[in-house]
Design a binder for this molecule. Structure first.
Ligand SMILES: Cc1cc2nc3c(=O)[nH]c(=O)nc-3n(C[C@H](O)[C@H](O)[C@H](O)COP(=O)(O)OP(=O)(O)OC[C@H]3O[C@@H](n4cnc5c(N)ncnc54)[C@H](O)[C@@H]3O)c2cc1C
Ligand code: FES
Length: 268
């Protein structure tokens, strides 16, 4: 983990309020794993003072596999995400990473279900690409992509290029079935019994995914989104309650952001 003064390579609007931003990074990002994140801020930024967390969306590699940078997906929410949406190629950002623990897929898992809600799709492309490189047959896996509306459904073409089947739902029915993404996930998990479910999205969705997995006794890992002030275990602001009384609180930035769903007490 280190701080880089990095350069924006591109900033591509994806429709709605989302942007795909390419950034130069140091060579150590070649060892980053899907689910890890970076803490990012703009130069001379004083409001807000602190960096913000973003998942690594994709490693940018040359044709011969040399790392050129990373991509992040940004959904405009507030101050930093709005400023990032205006960034131009050549602008600089201050980036700390790669941070945290990513998805850890036990050997022997071949039927893998991935579930993403909204901007929770961000780490899933890195995950799917990494599985593809490990020669996992993605045609046996499914990506469940949910959003409030059509413009929340991102990167479908990238996943299709990996031969990964996709099921889409939206709350308003503007794309895919009109229901929560957890509905087709539950039906398909009952029919196909995946070896593992990996999910990223809002906490309500993750709690529901965790409940489905637990009721079917399927291992499940979830990438948790909490407010983060430091990203390195110093501020304790990212704590979530553990189900185990011995573990007390888990620090999402250090213990996660990807955690075994059975570790988390979603009710607190
Ligand atoms: C591990 C991790 C990975 C993440 N990955 C991504 C990613 O890949 N892409 C991405 O776009 N975002 C991601 N996020 C969320 C992102 O960090 C926040 O959207 C960002 O910090 C908002 O900063 P801001 O300065 O724009 O908003 P602020 O000005 O700090 O906040 C504006 C308003 O939005 C609220 N708010 C802040 N964060 C969120 C949130 N996450 N959801 C809803 N409301 C919020 C605040 O309470 C405030 O009311 C991730 C978060 C975590 C913890
Ligand atoms: S964000 Fe500071 S301890 Fe986790």
């Amino acid at each position: 983990m280190q701080i880089d003064n990095a350069t924006i390579l591109w900033n591509q609007p994806l429709g709605g309020t989302c942007y795909r931003i390419g950034i130069t990074v140091s060579a150590q990002y070649a060892y980053a794993t899907p689910g890890q994140f970076v803490m990012l801020r703009l130069p001379n930024q004083t409001d807000p003072l602190l960096r913000r967390p973003f998942s690594i969306h994709r490693l940018i590699e040359s044709e011969n596999g040399i790392l050129q940078g990373i991509e992040i997906l940004v959904k405009v929410i507030g101050r930093i995400t709005r400023r990032l949406s205006f960034c131009q190629p050549g602008d600089t950002v201050d980036i700390l990473g790669p941070l945290g623990h990513g998805f850890s897929i036990p050997s022997g898992c071949s039927r893998i279900f991935m579930a993403a809600g909204g901007i929770g799709v961000a780490p899933m492309l890195f995950l799917a690409t990494s599985l593809f490189k490990k020669k996992v047959d993605l045609s046996r896996c499914i990506l469940f992509l949910g959003g409030r509306t059509k413009s929340d459904i991102l990167c479908q073409a990238d996943f299709s290029a990996l031969n990964l089947p996709i099921i889409v739902t939206t709350d308003d029915g503007s794309m895919g079935d009109q229901c929560l993404i957890t509905h087709p996930l539950e039906v398909s998990a009952g029919e196909q019994r995946p070896d593992i479910i990996l999910a990223c999205g809002p906490s309500g969705m993750l709690a529901c995914v965790a409940g489905i997995a637990e009721s079917m006794n399927i291992p499940c890992q979830v990438s948790i989104e909490t407010a983060m002030a430091c990203g390195i275990g110093a501020c304790l602001g990212c704590a979530v309650k553990s189900r185990s009384p011995d573990a007390g609180r888990l620090h999402v930035c250090l213990d996660g952001p990807v955690l075994d769903s059975r570790q988390i007490d979603f009710l607190h």
